[in-house]
Design a protein around this ligand. Structure first.
Ligand SMILES: CCCCCCCCCCCCCC(=O)CSCCNC(=O)CCNC(=O)[C@H](O)C(C)(C)COP(=O)(O)OP(=O)(O)OC[C@H]1O[C@@H](n2cnc3c(N)ncnc32)[C@H](O)[C@@H]1OP(=O)(O)O
Ligand SMILES: CCOC(=O)c1cnc2ccc(OC)cc2c1SCCC#N
Length: 389
């Protein structure tokens, strides 16, 4: 497949696969800041760049509406991600964020927002090297403006703005295969509301299974079972940071979270992120942690249901409680909160609980990418300690 744009970019190229003489690390050196292009890339004449201030209710709403109608759908067009405004504000304003990296494209005449791309700064460790990167996300072009090569311009513009902050690497995920994945993961789904998943056509009644038998199969206890299992609170940030930093050391690629990052990314926020921990009733030590984020999806073309309430496994650490028991408690809490499905990638040690907790494999893959950073080998999904939103 010809990748006319991606072949021009400092990313692993398919032709280089297998060439193990190429060293791990940056593909191109930084450019002197004085040589970074100062002016924005040219858009087709009827469009203009805009910076989307997510603090502004109106702008945040415009972004929400664009994504709600034009963002990612599954291959069968059954679902479309429906990130909430609160989620977008959370995802786009971590410590050290740049408003200039929240980039929109408007129609000059109508001022309608028709495209969007974002970056947020993140310290990402690759093996023993911590690299300042931009996490790129929410790339979206309105359905009516597709296949006009707008995406490469959006990507070059966010690259330019990231370069202006003296950052030269990026991390991103996509369901499409581009040059060249550092790793490829699989989605897994655990039904919490099997009747709804069957109604919308995602799941099907198993052979020789009745609906009541299926509901019984996925039934969960009303209460969590682990002693000391509770919601994370602000005063837990130092202990959770220690626990998480130590746990993430085992993975080849992982965020280098400090206390500020943990406070932003992992403290519970109603309807956005839920985080729990196990505090030993005897020693009051924090021994385990689990978290999931809330990402609903619009259900496309169904008479009885409009929204799928989905929880997505985020970061989980088990040092005393068996991971299977910890994650079963996460399922129990998600069911209590009326989620329809609990999704997880086969990253980190998730493979150890997926089948036993009755997750089923999805048909979608998620490819992980680094920009301007080569890894010696393609990584196994269990070597990934990074979850992007
Ligand atoms: C140092 C800092 C560096 C920062 C930047 C790092 C890199 C960040 C990269 C971005 C990371 C985003 C991560 C992220 O947001 C998470 S992945 C979600 C992406 N968004 C969607 O799928 C929403 C629905 N689809 C659309 O809005 C459009 O189809 C999009 C906008 C996706 C493409 O618009 P279009 O109208 O359908 O297509 P053209 O404009 O005609 O352009 C075609 C070219 O775009 C390439 N393409 C298609 N999908 C892509 C994707 N998901 N990543 C990268 N490239 C993608 C494609 O291969 C082709 O290039 P090629 O000819 O070389 O093959
Ligand atoms: C019921 C299981 O599927 C999903 O939860 C779901 C929901 N919405 C989507 C929107 C766009 C979409 O595009 C790839 C996929 C989904 C999926 S499956 C992959 C995400 C996970 N887990």
């Amino acid at each position: 497949k010809r990748h006319k744009f991606w072949e021009t970019q400092p990313v692993g190229q398919f032709k280089d696969l297998g060439d193990s003489s190429l060293p791990e690390g940056p593909i191109e050196p930084p450019t002197p800041l004085s040589e970074v292009k100062q002016e924005a890339y040219n858009l087709p004449s009827q469009y203009e760049w805009t910076t989307c201030d997510m603090d502004s209710e109106d702008m945040c709403n415009e972004v929400y509406v664009l994504l709600t109608n034009n963002y990612v759908e599954d291959d069968e067009n059954m679902f479309r991600f429906n990130y909430s405004k609160e989620f977008l504000r959370w995802a786009l304003r971590p410590p050290g964020f740049y408003r200039s990296w929240h980039i929109g494209v408007r129609v000059k005449t109508s001022k309608k927002l028709v495209a969007f791309i974002t970056g947020v700064p993140a310290r990402i460790r690759v093996r023993d090297t911590v690299v300042m990167m931009a996490e790129i996300n929410f790339l979206c072009v309105h359905k009516k403006l597709r296949s006009k090569r707008l995406a490469p311009v959006m990507i070059k513009e966010v690259t330019r703005r990231v370069h202006m902050e003296n950052i030269w690497q990026a991390a991103y995920t996509a369901g499409v295969v581009l040059p060249t994945p550092v790793s490829t993961c699989q989605y897994w789904h655990r039904s919490l509301n099997p009747k709804k998943l069957i109604d919308v056509g995602f799941s099907r009644l198993g052979a020789r299974m009745t609906m009541s038998r299926t509901i019984k199969l996925y039934k969960l206890p009303d209460q969590t079972v682990t002693p000391g299992f509770r919601k994370m609170e602000p005063h837990d940030v130092p202990a959770v940071t220690r626990l998480l930093r130590n746990y993430l050391k085992q993975f080849v690629v992982a965020p280098d979270f400090d206390e500020n990052d943990v406070e932003h990314w992992l403290l519970s926020k109603e309807g956005v992120i839920d985080s729990y921990l196990v505090e030993s009733p005897q020693t009051h030590e924090i021994t385990d942690f689990c978290s999931f984020y809330t990402l609903p999806s619009s259900i496309l073309g169904n008479q009885n249901h409009t929204t799928l309430k989905a929880a997505y496994s985020y970061y989980n650490v088990s040092t005393k409680t068996p991971l299977i028991q910890l994650m079963n408690d996460a399922l129990i809490v998600a069911k209590q909160k009326d989620f329809d499905v609990f999704n997880a990638l086969d990253v980190m040690q998730n493979d150890s609980f997926l089948k036993e907790l009755k997750f089923g494999p999805g048909d979608g893959k998620l490819h992980y990418y680094l920009y301007n950073y080569r890894t010696k080998h393609v990584l196994r999904s269990s070597e990934l300690g990074l979850v992007l939103l």
